[in-house]
Every structure is written in C-alpha cells, then in structure tokens.
Design a protein around this ligand. Sequence first.
Ligand code: UDP
Length: 301
Amino acid sequence: MARCLVTGGAGFIGSHLTALLLEAGHEVVVLDNRAPGQARNRASLEGHPRLTVRIGSITDQFLLADLMRGVEAVYHLAAAVGVKLVADDPALTIETNIYPTEWLLKLALQTNCRFFLASTSEVYGKNPKECWDESDDLFFGPTSRPRWAYGCSKAIDEFLALAYHKKFGLPVVIGRFFNVVGPRQVGHYGMVVPRFVEQALRGGPIQVYDDGQQVRCFGHVAEVARCVQQLVDTPTAAGEIFNIGSDTPVTIRQLAEEVVARVDPQVEIAYVPYQQAYGADFEDVRRRVPDVGKLKRTLGW
Ligand code: UDP
C-alpha cells in the first residue's frame, strides 16, 4: 500500500484512476477544484475509507506542500484542458499548467516520489505525419492563435519533468493522452463524443465542425487509467514519454453518423464553420493518430 496524490482526481480521467488506485489497496489523496460537472465524478468515489478529497486550487502552493507530505506517488492530472476552455482563456491555461507542475516536481524531490505527468497529444501540434511517435517534432502554430497555448504549456511541463529526471534522478513518467472517452465525460469543455450524444438526445442537429473529415482516435478511459497505473509501477518507464490512447482512426463525420445511427436515425447532421464554433483565430488539428508501439512494448498490451 502506498500513499498517492491525484491532482485533478475528481475530473473525468482522474476519477477513474483514483478508483483503480483504491481498488489496488492504496491510500489516495485527491486534490481538485469545484469545476462544474465534476460533482458526479466525486460522488462516484465519496465515502471510501482510504480516500481523502481536498477541494482547492492546484495554484495554492501551501496546500500542495501540505498534501505532498508522506506521498510516495503523484499523479499530476490537474490542468486547464479542452480546446474550448483553452481558446477562451489562454492566460489561465498557462498559469494552471506550468507553475504548479514545477512546484510539485520540487516537492516530489524531497521524498524522491514517483511522478506521473499527464501530458497531451496537443504537444505534437499540427505535425503532418500520418501517425505520431514520441520522438516526433512538435509543430505549433503562431502565438496569435490561442489554441497552441495548451500544447506549449504542456511541452514546458515535459521539459521540466525530464530535466528533474536527468538532473536529480526523480522517477518521472510522462503520458501523452490522445482523445479519451467513457462514462462521466461531459461536453461543456468541448469534448466531441458527449456533445454529439447530448445533441442527438435533444433531437439534433449534431454540430460537426468544418467538413467532418478531421481524424481522431478515441481510447476508453478505463484502459487509459490502467496504462497510467501500470506505467508508474514499471521502473523501466522512468524518464520516458508514452503516447496513451487508441490507434484506430475515425473521422468526425463517421462519429456523427455512428451517434445518429444509435440514438435516432431522424437526427440531422449540420456542418458548422470553425470560426463560428471557436472564434476567428481558431485553428484545428486535422489528423491525430498515435503510434502506441512503445506503450505496448513496455506494458505488454
Ligand atoms: N468537434 C465537432 N463538434 C463539436 C466538438 C468538436 O465537430 O461539437 C470536432 C473538433 O473540431 C475536433 C474533433 O471534433 O476536430 C475533436 O474535438 P475535441 O474538442 O473533442 O478534441 P480535440 O480537438 O482536442 O481532439
């Protein structure tokens, strides 16, 4: 049994990871703010005897120092996420995603605790390759387009985490999440699957941005959480970066058609220009497919 801290543990992926860690017999401290939509994630865990939930901000240095006492493994998932939120408030994205990671790494050094950094496929930016592996270049757009603030902020986190591994031997693992779906995900941060389902259940139309030919791969949250748990428990993964997600490509149009077929064939699909959905300075990533060979070789699945 280990004492673990899960930042963002009441969020979508965090709550599934917390449940796994509790199942494995660990003692878990969750730090989360009260962001809307997360009450149901918290409710799914509440009352467990080995769980402590602290409501607070990841930007509160004193709270972090307090919570890190006696912790043997940190799962740092708290971040400003979702293309919509990030496009709306790039300053918040940077403040939430960079400084707290640095403070947590410093605190982790004191006990040499294992450290999982949740990163994102956004760090690849708009790299034109068919399929991205962990050694590929990062292709960001101009700073005048706020979307890239998210990927850049997480790339800085990765540099920091790798530097702490190299300089101090901190056992850090970095996971780049691709699109994740599953129970309790909500659509108000922009995530496409719950949005399409909610739109279809309301009678439509489903709003597909642009021509719907953009490609994503959707991994199930239960598998993603299990990858995170196992990577932190794998000594050879320390100091390494892993793509985490499904590698089955799906166009957004196919996704919309699948939702229509399952919810109600009468529902219409509407095609909406990006500018109308996200504002004038928005730029999308057309194709996002991971190479998950490294993950498979390391975990065996
Ligand atoms: N998308 C869409 N309609 C929506 C929300 C998203 O067509 O209501 C598209 C979006 O333009 C993107 C894809 O679905 O190409 C995935 O969007 P999401 O925000 O879920 O993830 P990300 O862009 O981070 O891959």
